[in-house]
Design a protein around this ligand. Sequence first.
Ligand code: PA5
Length: 463
Amino acid sequence: MGSIRLDYSNCMSDFAGEHGIDLQELQALYPKLTSAYSIIQQKKAKGMLGFMELPYKTEEAKKISSFAKKERTKFDDFVVIGIGGSALGNIAVQTALNHLNWNLLSKKQRKNCPRLFVPDNVDPELIKGLLDVLNLKKVVFNIISKSGTTAECLANFFILKNALIKKVGVKNWQKHVIISTDEKKGYLRELANKEGIASFVIPANVGGRFSVLSPVGLISAAYSGLNIEKLLQGAKDMDERCGQDITTNPAAIYAAIQYLMYQKGKKINVMMPYCQALKDVSDWFRQLWAESLGKRTNIKNEVVNIGPTPVKALGATDQHSQVQLYIEGSYDKVITFLSVEKYRSNVVIPSTKEKHYLEKHTLNELIKCEEEATRVALTKQMRPNCTITIPEVNEHTIGQIFYMLELATAYIGELFEINAFDQPGVELGKVLTYGLMGRSGFEKEKKEIEEFLAKKKESTYAV
Ligand code: PA5
């Protein structure tokens, strides 16, 4: 089983010149990095960082696997209803590990596993469009919400539940629902208990965006025929590599490089996989990095706003869209390539009548050459970049990537001296929505927003 590797040479001044990091600078950060490592270990020991316990929950993974094996052939479609941390990991796992046109395969080709839909929005056209294509008698809905109160999740659930009841009846809809939520609290927990709905627990100490390796991400993966024990094994192997010697700890080094880059004004972290299957891993990472690190904090009695901005890109597609900016635009970015050594398909470019330089090469060679060319072009222009190499995309390597990036987020949060595990900004948006939607207990928020809107009306700058 292969291990992923991090090469950060092109972030060092040897290659990125004045825009890179000197070895002495990196070494000077080691004491702070070691202390970040220790703080995270202490938080883990206090039971505050549940995501670090997930790789070891193999018994639970076995239970989910056997539940899914028993149930999944009964349904044509599996629909995840959740948002943010309760959806992005599910999408990333599916795109990375299953056929890229999974929902278009025949049931036999899917080995009797259901199609997967993750409509993570409350756009009426999205939900109506989904209802148009589902045969509700053959659907199972996984309602995922840690809090059990998120408006988007509950609204979609109520609509789909209503449609289900109409189709299968008031006594049967429960068999079409699996709830993943807190063990004790929240509306969804109460409903699961009251209606006898199959349910799984999202541990209270696992934050939404750190929950992909909990039942949040594992149930849909198991229903889609994936080996979730191997996902956890990959995370566990990464956990073992991320030890006290921070110089050999890939998550700590990734955090250190990104932290030093931020200090040098490279505040944008572009994640660019050269692999279609990994495109949603960058989307998942975008949430992890943004929600964890975009924080207002107090350092030495001064308010400081921290915020490395994650951007997702895709090679080779975005060579024709973004790379011009990365190579000649402002020096405010660091690129993280996700590089795959062995693609799971090999496609030869056929011969043509008139000789062509592309013939008899493979798409595998072409995408690799494009990746190398972009890396060299960036480095020649002193644009810092690092590469995470993945021997092959599979459950074991994806488990490693998730865990490494989660841990790196935890470490860099300590370097920035912020709390990487809360999300007051998201909560603010949530309570203002509750106010606007007339939820009782949120009258103050409703008034606040109405006053703001009235003021805006008086002085509208719009054309
Ligand atoms: O990372 C987070 O905490 C958030 O993005 C949540 O995952 C998101 O807001 C959904 O919350 P919940 O799972 O409580 O419905």
